[in-house]
Ligand binder design. Sequence first.
Ligand SMILES: *Cc1c(COP(=O)(O)O)cnc(C)c1O
Length: 473
Amino acid sequence: MSHAKIRAPELKPVDYSTKFGEFIGIGPNGNLFVDGCDVQDLAERFGTPLYIISENQLRQNYRAFRDAFQKYHPDTEILFANKSNNGLAIRHIMNQEGAGGDCFGAQEMYMALLAGTNPKSLVLNGSNKQDEELEMAIANGLCINIDAMDELDRIAAIAERLNCDVDIGIRLKLDLEPLRNRMGVSMHGPGTLKQQSDSTKWGMTREQTVEIVKRAQAMGRINLKETHFHLSRMSNDPADFAVMAREMITWSGYIRDNTGWTPPCIDIGGGWTFGKWYGTGPNSQLDDDKAPTPDDYARLCVGAIKEEAERLGLPLPKLRLEPGRALSGPAGVAVGRVGAIKTGSTKKWVNLDLSTNHLSWASILDWYYHAVPVKNAGAAPTETVDLVGPLCNSDEIGPHRKLPELSRGDYVAFLDAGGYTESSAARYNAQLLPATVLVSGSTAEIITEREQLKDVAGRFRVPPRLLAASFAP
Ligand SMILES: *Cc1c(COP(=O)(O)O)cnc(C)c1O
């Protein structure tokens, strides 16, 4: 077997009786399986709350986007949005697949570099980049997507001091006129997709973009590489993304007409969804089986890009996209253990040791995670319960779920929890953050250690004057 093959192994989807993904489903004994591992065994062995990531599912999700876009536009590069799952092992897997990365902030950039990611396949995004961050990006050769008027001068000064060249992009504030009447998803605030996009802090106007390009053209050491946009809006309509992709090219035409520079690469960001037959996503069950596939996105976006490029007489640019949750989300599950079960006059509550601090989107964004019992995962539901966690707020991690009867000690798994869970977990109530286990075939290995009390308590300090006041005689 060649080295390249080992780095990016052939994937053979598992033949489950019920499929939640290519590598997640109901196994031969009726339990939930992640690849070749029984989740019941994993929970007993590693404890709960527990995140589990399927390595092969992650690779599969990446390849689905890569293959779909490269089918319509071979010169496409997939940059994994690192923030959706910052694990070092995750980054190693992405590197082996040949994925680039979107870094937000010095720490994400540091970890991507620590994992050996090719810096030329990394971009640095951010609306308020610090000097330290710019310096790390410039010294290591990342492309910096400019998002403030004074950023170019700061970059130029650091590049001069470090005596090196730097690649830059510009984050755009697209007009998105055709989305004026398209209602946005409420998780992004009130209004239409256009209003939601207009109201965010991101991106430079046409005039600002032209000014940045002109100033960059007059500078040594600055290489203009790309324009960037991140729609982020969750919508079940891939045509919304095609509107955005088309307008990236419209702006390329405008930039060319005003500066002579045609962006050789457009980076169309993240926000790509995934669909599941059981529903998932914001405000429950938006991302169901009607959600666009990678092929839908690719066909419509690349189609729009080609049409607009032809209309304006522009060469086809290199295409970059930055999917996060579409790659990491369906690659993971989060598992909790059933404790107290309580019946009230109108409700039944099933307490878990997993909560909204571990699946933070469940509370912040009203995100729906499909929950299944780990043992006998396909059993018919017999009752409706609220799945709640151990926090001091009413942490409904799964309200109104139809499930078979659960008992103390059973495990419950929340599907599609591989993205924005560990990376946005909080230790409210001094909770210890969970471990993460990476599964490949029948192998399961810890990739994030479970937090210990010393990790939480050890950060606290008591000023000596308070010690004196408490303890001095
Ligand atoms: C968050 C983010 C992404 C990833 O978004 P997903 O919804 O996870 O695909 C990509 N690019 C940028 C600039 C982002 O901020």
